[in-house]
Design a protein around this ligand. Structure first.
Ligand SMILES: Nc1ncnc2c1ncn2[C@@H]1O[C@H](COP(=O)(O)OP(=O)(O)O)[C@@H](O)[C@H]1O
Ligand SMILES: [Mg+2]
Length: 167
């Protein structure tokens, strides 16, 4: 049996972007306004103390809840999940000087800082998302300010309310 979007009663959303663009902030607020489940992939891996990063047990857990729908998956990469999992892929984008400040506040060293800022300048995650998902499911949202953030949450909350299963 193949799980597909047509079986879900609620959509699944992937929130992705370079570290520091606001994925966790947005996913937390969106989960609250939609009553969806927030899955922070990085935390999940850490909590389960998985040194290899992923295993069959975690795979099975994720598969089951993805099938139910109503998930917001928060992860910095996106070419890693099956395309059929997500009804919408949000790529957050931040001005590089703003991002630089956020990541230096986070204590990133110079190498990590420049790698991530470069990743943002070259729109690596957006390109990855466009290659991995149908173009009409990918949406790039600006995340420089608190106003951007609240507008994005409103946009996505409305999208969830208007979403209908393909079946
Ligand atoms: N749109 C935004 N406007 C202002 N500050 C933001 C915005 N998005 C995120 N931040 C701040 O930037 C930092 C990183 O956000 P976070 O959600 O942890 O990013 P990510 O999960 O993508 O790494 C946090 O301190 C957060 O409050
Ligand atoms: Mg995060």
């Amino acid at each position: 049996m193949v799980e597909g979007s047509s079986k879900r009663k609620r959509p699944n959303i992937l929130v992705t972007g370079t570290p520091g663009t606001g994925k966790t902030t947005m996913s937390t607020a969106l989960a609250e306004s939609t009553q969806f489940r927030h899955i922070n992939v990085g935390d999940l891996v850490k909590d389960k103390n998985l040194h290899d990063g992923w295993d069959a047990e975690l795979d099975c857990f994720i598969l089951n809840i993805i099938e139910e729908g109503g998930n917001i998956v928060d992860h910095h990469g996106c070419d890693f999940f099956p395309e059929r999992w997500f009804d919408c892929v949000v790529v957050l984008q931040t001005d590089n000087t703003v991002l630089y400040d956020r990541l230096s506040n986070r204590g990133y060293n110079e190498t990590k800082l420049s790698n991530n800022v470069e990743c943002e300048i070259f729109q690596v995650i957006l390109e990855e998302a466009k290659e991995s998902y149908a173009e009409d499911r990918v949406v790039a949202l600006k995340s420089d300010t608190i106003q951007d953030m609240s507008r994005n949450i409103t946009t996505m909350t409305d999208w969830v309310r208007n979403w209908h299963s393909a079946s």
